[in-house]
Ligand binder design. Structure first.
Ligand code: ADE
Length: 268
């Protein structure tokens, strides 16, 4: 049973400016519904910031066995998702919701999902996430039904449900009003192309491991400098791909990094 049938009819855009509508098309609706009931997506739904509707693809089949896949033309291993149920499901959502939702297909060979894409999607009033399975989906779905194909990483999962949940989570937390002030995503990993600096909380000393003095000093400018330096050092060490895009560094950043390198050499 699809959520859309039970929920009060809402046109796409009803939540515009105050939230987001996300429709998920899947053969495992309970997996998506139950996972999205936790944490921030769950809270966003309770607060009316996320209108999540999960659709069982099998409700859009027209064969007795409710099959959604079939053998590949040309032979070979694996099954392929049939086009008819996917077209029917997405077209039903479009007809009910109106507007022009962006339709994303979860696919390991899609464009890489990034924080920038999450930000862009979080500004849209309505997304449709289509979960692929088996060896893939019929190419006509990719050609004529979906707007964008998205991969969450260079590994192959058994289906698109986990990727859809990943995208939902990353997008929803950026919708205005979903996170409280204290959780607000201002300074965080990837927001400026830098990894985040290390975090500490109480106690100031734990098993002989002390929190860096500067964080206890109350000197805000020095704290900010220390954090920036840590973020630079971490990004250079862990993510050469991000690092390349940060070059050339500003004079101030270069100075922080030189300082860090000098201190490290002195320690050796
Ligand atoms: N389906 C299977 N693997 C996937 C991946 N890495 N990203 C998106 N969808 C997928």
């Amino acid at each position: 049973m699809s959520d859309g049938a039970a929920a009060a009819p809402a046109r796409a855009g009803d939540l515009a400016g105050q939230g987001i509508r996300v429709d998920v098309v899947t053969i495992f609706p309970d997996m998506v519904r139950q996972s999205a009931a936790f944490s921030i997506p769950g809270r966003a739904q309770a607060a009316g910031k996320l209108d999540l509707r999960v659709h069982d693809l099998r409700d859009h089949t027209n064969n007795r066995h409710r099959t959604t896949d079939d053998y590949p033309f040309g032979g070979g291993a694996g099954m392929v998702m049939k086009p008819e149920p996917l077209f029917a499901a997405v077209e039903a959502i479009r007809a009910e919701a109106g507007g022009d939702p962006i339709v994303l297909l979860m696919a390991p060979d899609g464009e890489p999902f990034t924080q920038a894409m999450a930000r862009e999607l979080s500004a849209r009033p309505h997304l449709v996430l289509v979960c692929g399975h088996y060896e893939g989906v019929d190419e006509r779905v990719r050609e004529a039904l979906v707007t964008r194909e998205v991969s969450i990483g260079d590994y192959v999962l058994t289906g698109g449900e986990l990727p859809a949940l990943v995208i939902l989570d990353a997008v929803v937390r950026l919708v205005p009003g979903v996170l409280g002030n204290a959780e607000s995503p201002h300074e965080e990993t990837f927001s400026e192309g830098l990894l985040e600096y290390p975090h500490y909380t109480r106690p100031a000393e734990f098993r002989d491991m002390a929190v860096p003095d500067v964080l206890l000093s109350g000197h805000h400018a020095n704290v900010a400098k220390w954090r920036r330096r840590q973020a630079l050092v971490r990004t250079r060490a862990r993510r050469p791909d991000l690092w390349e895009k940060l070059l050339p560094l500003s004079k101030a950043d270069q100075k922080l990094l030189d300082e860090a390198d000098r201190e490290r050499e002195e320690k050796i």
